[in-house]
Design a protein around this ligand. Structure first.
Ligand code: SF4
Length: 550
């Protein structure tokens, strides 16, 4: 199944120190008392590295930066007086230079030690408009607001005082208490204080949130809540999941809400980078070797070390996704729930799926369309495939002339840094069996695809790929999750035909239907790439027959 992943999401935590330390927090509890502050040069270098990464990965086109903690306002006000305008200028430049739809999200618990933050945020909001999004939480049962909601009046007063920011988003962490309270509470309590957007987050079992996960509500309750809330909110207030679904179901190109982004990296106060922002401390998703924003090879190392997470974002562990029209963008719903143990999944998997399909259907009915039009997306991938074919031919020509050499993976098994040093130009790679620096074939192919490298593919490669990556690897090939890498159609089809995979059955039934003049056969859901692959196969087979007859 294809997934349209295109977002570089980066969470930067200049401090983990927090003044509230709520019961449920996903951050490892010890970190919330850690007074380490990010050095200013590390903070600024982070943005240099993010820009390098954005330019190095040819498959991302959008940037989302979240500034969070701990609590951001535990940093000295002077740090943000200097660095918030600097950040917003830089991101406005990305927007203009790269058409990157770059957005900056400032996450805060609104319990400020220094009231100067109100003035700073108002000035920044007035100057940079929609470039800055204030993101505030609502969690009624995490002890965030202390006994009898003691801190809530202070929170609301600050929220109202920050009137210069155009987009103020309320993030509701869904739990049984939220469901019992009902959506009218949100309308009555927060909208009069200037909230312009509402979004709903789900719990995931990280940090002390593992115990809190038991208070989770079901997906069905979340869907009902969102649909009811839309009916209660004033027209001018956006409900993010619904707005995103409405826009997404038209073209099935981009969808950020459930966290299936290409990257979800985290930058710690020390400058260390990990690969899943929802897990911290020992639970973090680490690279093969410790990675810092100080590393000169940051971009290549980040693309490489992110590939296991990227694979997970592409995965859809639920049988229903195979037949779902939204799967190409929903990608199996909540990214952080895909690996839940059975007993935890059983707590929440009632009344709807992890992607809230009932809300998708509601969003689609509001748009009035009958089916999403993927043509823009499919032609973009076709262009990338053509570009990849030209690049691979150029590399082969240069290698045949002796002006370029093949990069042999096995020569770099023992030298991590030297391996990355090879990618200062486009390369043709000869893959070695097994893991390389901890990454599988499926993962390394994602790396090469993103950075503009290509791989030597022959009949033997196909057999080895089936052993190394199995059905998953060939599904990525057929559904073109590798955008630039080219694989010969007939050998890929022959290999698939000889396996006992679900993909083998889908392909053979699609080919059989096409032979009889019908485009059906791939089942329900969106299987456009599979159908195109089958057409290419039929065309390649008839060309081969003509050549034989000649
Ligand atoms: S909406 Fe549900 S069934 Fe459809 S892809 Fe998302 S998680 Fe799967």
């Amino acid at each position: 199944m294809h997934n349209a992943l295109d977002m570089l999401n980066v969470c930067i935590a200049p401090t983990r120190l927090c003044n509230l330390r709520c019961d449920h927090c996903y951050i490892t509890p010890e970190l919330l008392g850690d007074k380490t502050q990010m050095a200013e040069d590390v903070y600024r270098e982070t943005f240099v590295r993010i820009e390098e990464l954005f330019k190095a990965d040819r498959k991302v086109s959008k940037i989302n930066i979240e500034l969070l903690g701990g609590e951001l306002t535990m940093m000295p006000l002077a740090f943000w007086e200097r660095n918030l305008p600097w950040t917003l200028e830089r991101m406005a430049a990305w927007d203009a230079l790269y058409d990157a739809e770059a957005a900056l999200i400032w996450c805060t618990n609104l319990i400020f030690k220094d009231d100067g933050y109100v003035g700073l945020l108002n000035r920044m909001g007035e100057q940079y408009g929609y470039g800055l999004d204030l993101f505030v939480p609502w969690e009624p049962d995490t002890n965030r607001f202390k006994k009898d909601f003691k801190l809530l009046p202070r929170y609301l007063k600050t929220l109202e005082a920050i009137s210069g920011i155009k987009r103020k988003t309320l993030c509701i962490t869904m739990s049984r208490a939220v469901i019992e309270q009902g959506p009218q509470f949100i309308v009555d309590t927060f909208i009069p204080k200037g909230i312009t957007d509402v979004t709903c987050d789900m719990l995931y079992p990280a940090g002390s949130g593992k115990a809190y996960f038991q208070k989770n509500c079901t997906y069905g309750q979340v869907s009902d809540y969102i649909i009811e809330l839309r009916g209660l909110l004033p027209d001018g207030v956006e409900l993010s999941p619904l707005v995103e679904m409405e826009s997404s179901c038209r073209t099935l190109t981009h969808y950020h809400y459930p966290g299936n982004d290409t990257y979800d990296i985290e930058v710690e106060p020390s400058g260390e980078v990990t690969f899943n922002s929802s897990y911290t401390g020992d639970e973090s998703s680490f690279g093969t070797q410790t990675l810092s924003v100080r590393d000169q090879a940051f971009a290549a190392k980040t693309i490489f070390n992110n590939t296991p997470e990227l694979r997970l974002r592409h995965s859809m562990p639920y049988a229903a996704c195979g037949e779902c029209e939204y799967a190409v963008v929903c990608s199996g719903g909540w990214a952080w729930h895909k690996q839940l143990p059975r007993h935890m999944a059983d707590l929440i998997s009632h009344g709807d799926c992890a992607g809230l399909k009932r809300v998708w259907d509601f969003a689609k009915s509001r748009t009035g369309i009958s089916a999403g039009d993927r043509s823009r997306y499919l032609s973009m991938i076709e262009r990338r495939q053509l570009r990849g074919a030209v690049e691979a031919r150029r590399l082969d020509t240069a290698i045949n002339r002796g002006s370029e050499s093949v990069l042999i993976e096995s020569a770099f098994v023992c030298d991590y840094d030297d391996y990355f040093a090879q990618f200062n130009r486009a390369r043709m790679v000869l893959m070695t069996d097994g893991l390389l620096h901890g990454k599988t074939w499926t993962e390394r192919l994602f790396f090469y695809d993103a950075i503009g490298a290509h791989v030597r593919v022959d009949a033997r490669w196909m057999e080895r790929a089936a052993i190394e990556g199995g059905e998953e690897l060939f599904r990525h090939i057929v559904y073109r999750n590798y955008h630039y890498l080219n694989f010969p159609v007939i050998p890929v089809a022959n290999l698939i035909a000889n396996q006992d995979w679900r993909l083998s059955k889908l392909l053979s039934s699609t080919v059989a239907h096409l032979r009889h003049g019908s485009a059906k056969g791939a089942g329900s859901g969106r299987h456009d790439e599979l159908v195109e692959f089958a057409y290419k196969l039929l065309s390649a087979e008839s060309n081969a027959e003509v050549n034989l007859a000649d």
